[in-house]
Design a protein around this ligand. Structure first.
Ligand code: MLT
Length: 341
């Protein structure tokens, strides 16, 4: 009796196991098929690009210009969501924990996808939790001051900073932002501290500079040029080896007497880790096509945005570049004691 019951029980268990394995197989196959079908039909609904700084700033403007062109290509609206705070790390974290389905994208740059990792105890890993889509254009930094600041040149600014250590207020987009790292870079070179004033982006910082509420910003050209052209602020130097074609009146830092001040902010686009590769490829192709569009290039060129070189436009190129920037800059940032405080 016992024997018969045991073998019946064994047969039952084997059948249950076989059914479970079959069900799992069906689930995996359908998930795979679903994923492949998703990638083939992607996008079927609006795509959200999370910009980790306030609307109207350089990161936001670049995302909107590209988003408008990408929308035409992908056939779905590209919505910009500004998620600000903590030098952009809050917005990036929103994407790092989003579903890897191609509908949530992270727009950012050296500050948000390199420097922040050395400054904040991030709850996500900038390399492990985000997959690269494409490198975007870079923007040189400008040293700009309020219109009535008592310095008519970069070296007059340097003299003023040294004579008044810690007195000049410098707007930033928060600790770890490009404007903050660039400001710290200037202070380091000058050998005199700046009083950093953090904002949710350099658009609100620029509003205060125009209003004369703060003294200076080491700012992305894209953010400063419109105000410069209106005569609302002064530009003392471009932190680059060459003058800006779109603003040839601004001397380079070397011409202005501070050759060591050279910094440009490169931009990029990422998705949550695990986003299907066919979806990443679709997004990459749309970005590369947008960057080749003459109207887009013209629009970006007036803001001093250029590049990236043709061989730097693949997801792998961005991954390699970001890793190399992390290796290079984390020790520098930590040695310079650039912190979130
Ligand atoms: C920064 O890093 O300074 C930001 O890019 C400014 C911004 O985009 O608002």
């Amino acid at each position: 009796m016992t024997l018969r019951r045991t073998s019946a029980a064994l047969r039952m268990r084997r059948n249950v196991l076989a059914a479970a394995v079959f069900a799992a197989g069906v689930l995996i196959a359908s998930a795979l098929a679903h994923g492949i079908a998703d990638a083939q039909t992607y996008p079927v609904r609006p795509i959200t690009v999370v910009v980790p700084f306030a609307a109207g700033g350089p990161t936001d403007v670049l995302a909107r210009v590209l988003g408008e062109r990408i929308r035409a290509d992908l056939g779905q609206p590209v919505l910009i969501e500004n998620v600000t705070g903590a030098g952009g790390s809050i917005g990036v974290g929103r994407v790092a924990t989003a579903a890897p389905d191609g509908y949530t994208i992270s727009a950012g740059h050296f500050g948000t996808h390199v420097a922040n990792g050395a400054i904040y105890p991030l709850k996500y890993d900038l390399v492990r939790d985000l997959d690269p889509v494409a490198r975007l254009p870079s923007n040189p930094m400008l040293v700009v001051t309020r219109k009535d600041f008592p310095a008519a040149s970069l070296m007059e600014l340097v003299a003023w900073l040294r004579a008044n250590p810690g007195k000049a207020t410098a707007g930033t987009a928060g600790a770890g932002s490009g404007s903050h790292i660039a400001g710290a870079f200037l202070a380091n070179l000058v050998g005199a501290p700046l009083a950093f004033v953090p904002y949710r982006g350099t658009a609100p910082a620029m509003q205060d500079l125009v209003a004369g509420q703060i003294d200076l910003i080491v700012d992305q050209a894209a953010n400063s040029l419109p105000q410069l052209r209106q005569g609302s602020i002064k530009a003392l130097a471009v932190a680059a080896a060459m003058r800006l074609a779109t603003a040839p009146e601004i001397p380079t830092s070397a011409e202005a007497g501070l050759p060591g001040l050279q910094m440009e902010l490169w931009n990029g686009m990422w998705v949550p880790h695990g986003t299907p590769r066919p979806i990443v490829d679709k997004l990459n192709a749309a970005v590369v096509k947008a960057l080749a569009d003459p109207a887009v290039r013209e629009r970006l060129a007036t803001l001093g945005l250029a590049g990236p070189p043709a061989d730097q436009r693949s997801p792998e190129a961005l991954r390699a570049f970001q890793r190399s920037e992390i290796e290079k800059w984390w020790p520098i940032i930590k040695a310079a004691h650039i912190t979130a405080e």
